[in-house]
Design a binder for this molecule. Structure first.
Ligand code: SF4
Ligand code: SF4
Length: 397
């Protein structure tokens, strides 16, 4: 069993309650949506211990406890004060054990991973549809700097992704794009535990990138960023890929630091949601804030739960697909944090967070735009019309 590798950590859990929080809506979105003790990190450590000791077996009854975790990392952050347990890696190992023991996993999760294998992206789009966001843009094949939007930014946020590329190009980045050759980064494999294709997939992808002369990848998606920067090296047994991987938050900060663009005022109150996979996973808290602070006229207002303590958007761990009702409930809770700020705009820098927060604003009947920080920067730099900031603006896609 995969969890045997984590035995010491599993036994280190002292049931201290840091990961669980005091109220149901305090820290962990899984207990917030399921209410059971077994749906907390400490509950999962007890389950893992029971399995290790042969007192429990993996079964379909446990699926919601293990696949209903948003992998938001809040528990792992709290556990740094307690026992340094890597709850995320243990949860991934439990999901893998499920698959390897042939126990049924949530159907939508299995379908998502199979769709990546059969069609190359999570939406089963043909390349022509998947690349529609890039219409009218020019790329430089072989420039060495690959723009890699990932599935969600390509499929769901065509206009936002188009704006991001125009912004980066205006700032002087010579971008390449894989076009019809772009496929999913592979995240659905490790999120659902379906790892049988993962290593070959990573190996083939790295070869494709190297054959094209890619030296650097810039991506707006924190999952794609971590896939190339963390999961691929792990799968391939190497320390680092021979390619530099940057999330757009760091690139936008570079634009500010190196004064690559001039900014005009954007007179809006803006709050910011920390995406789990660049925040808690990678400590990228300051770059997005520095970008917002650099835009004249922006009044930045923090949400009460921010940085390490930020509440999940509801999209992590594959829960958006496997448990959509739970996901919506978490988005609704996060939107309450935004409403308290009194800000005009909720900004973030992750396509998955944007989608969930947008769904949260719909449910709350809230007249506000959910924007990528790049869109606010693009308005300030005069690249797009300020109308995209207004609540009555409807993007093409
Ligand atoms: S914070 Fe860590 S040690 Fe404390 S109960 Fe949670 S998993 Fe166990
Ligand atoms: S990763 Fe997030 S959802 Fe999963 S147990 Fe930890 S705090 Fe809860």
């Amino acid at each position: 069993m995969r969890i045997e590798e984590y035995k010491d950590m599993i036994y280190a859990c002292g049931r201290c309650e840091f990961c669980r929080g005091i109220d149901y809506n305090d820290r962990c979105p899984e207990i917030f949506t399921q209410y059971w003790e077994s749906s907390t990190a400490r509950g999962r450590m007890a389950i893992a211990r029971g399995i290790l000791e042969g007192k429990l077996e993996y079964s379909e009854d446990l699926a919601e406890r293990i696949f209903g975790c948003f992998m938001c990392g809040r528990c792992r952050e709290e556990c740094k004060k307690a026992a340094q347990i890597d709850v995320i890696e243990i949860t991934k190992a439990m999901r893998q054990d499920f698959v390897e023991q042939g126990i049924k996993i949530p159907e939508e999760g299995a379908n998502m991973a199979n769709t990546v294998t059969s069609s190359g992206n999570i939406f089963a789009d043909p390349p022509k549809v998947h690349n529609k966001w890039a219409e009218g843009l020019e790329f430089i094949e072989g420039s060495g700097t690959l723009f890699y939007p990932g599935c969600l930014a390509s499929h769901r946020f065509k206009e936002k992704t188009n704006i991001l590329v125009r912004l980066l190009q205006a700032a002087g980045y010579d971008l390449d794009f894989l076009g019809d050759d772009q496929t999913c980064c592979g995240t659905p494999y490790w999120v659902t535990g379906k790892m049988e294709n993962a290593e070959d997939y990573a190996k083939a992808y790295l070869k494709k990138l190297q054959d094209r002369g890619v030296k650097e990848i810039i991506t707006p998606c924190p999952s794609c960023f971590r896939a190339f920067d963390e999961e691929y090296p792990h799968l391939l047994g190497i320390e680092k890929l021979p390619i530099k991987i940057r999330h757009t938050s760091e690139v936008l900060e570079e634009i500010v630091i190196k004064k690559k663009l001039k900014f005009k005022p954007v007179n809006k109150k803006v709050s910011y949601h920390d995406p789990c996979e660049i925040g808690r996973y990678r400590d990228i808290y300051d770059p997005p804030r520095k970008v917002l602070e650099a835009i004249p006229g922006v009044e930045f207002i923090e949400m009460s739960r921010n940085r390490e303590q930020a509440f999940c958007c509801g999209g992590g761990g594959g829960c958006k697909i496997m448990y959509p009702d739970h996901s919506q409930k978490v988005s609704d809770e996060r939107i309450k944090d935004f409403i308290e700020t009194g800000a005009d705009i909720i900004s973030t820098i992750c396509p998955a967070c944007e989608m969930n927060l947008i769904h949260g604003t719909y449910a709350a009947d809230l007249d506000t735009r959910v924007l990528d920080i790049a869109e606010i920067m693009a308005v300030s730099a005069g690249i797009v019309d300020p109308e995209i900031l207004e609540p009555d603006y409807f993007p093409e896609d």
